[in-house]
Design a protein around this ligand. Structure first.
Ligand SMILES: [Zn+2]
Ligand SMILES: [Zn+2]
Length: 146
């Protein structure tokens, strides 16, 4: 016998551990319902603290509690999934507007470059066509000043 404890003592110790580290079973086992006891279950223990203490069959309530706890986790994950999907949808809605703005800015840049080319082209034409006239103008201007 481990630690010199009787089976009864071991059971009592286990029941106390379950009460200390377990959680309140939201769906109390039939034993606890009939004895109007507080049903404490703990992950890894098949019986609630009361049934462990009484050394009676607990029934499938723990698996119910486990199932409920998994169900609660699923609910939470589904809620998070919904929130993320909503965020994704709203983010996706912003994409076309951003694409539009980018296109508009691209156009703006193209027009700026076009205008610059036009101006450069005009300047080149101007300086090429009027260089002689300009030089003669300048000398004529110099003549006037002198
Ligand atoms: Zn119980
Ligand atoms: Zn029980």
């Amino acid at each position: 016998m481990a630690g010199g404890l009787t089976k009864v003592q071991q059971r009592l110790r286990l029941a106390i551990k379950i009460e200390a580290h377990g959680f309140l079973n939201m769906a109390p086992c039939p034993q606890c319902v009939s004895s109007n006891s507080i049903c404490i279950v703990r992950e890894g223990n098949v019986r609630c603290s009361v049934c462990t203490r009484k050394n009676v069959k607990c029934g499938s309530t723990f698996s119910d509690a486990e199932y409920d706890s998994v169900e609660a986790q699923k609910r939470e994950l589904k809620a998070r999934r919904r929130a993320i999907q909503a965020q994704l949808a709203s983010l996706a809605q912003q994409l076309p507007s951003i694409e539009q703005q980018l296109d508009r800015l691209d156009d703006k840049q193209k027009k700026m470059v076009d205008r610059e080319s036009d101006v450069l082209g005009e300047l080149e034409n101007f300086s090429a066509g009027d260089s002689v006239a300009m030089m003669s103008n300048t000398s004529a201007f110099d003549d006037v000043v002198d």
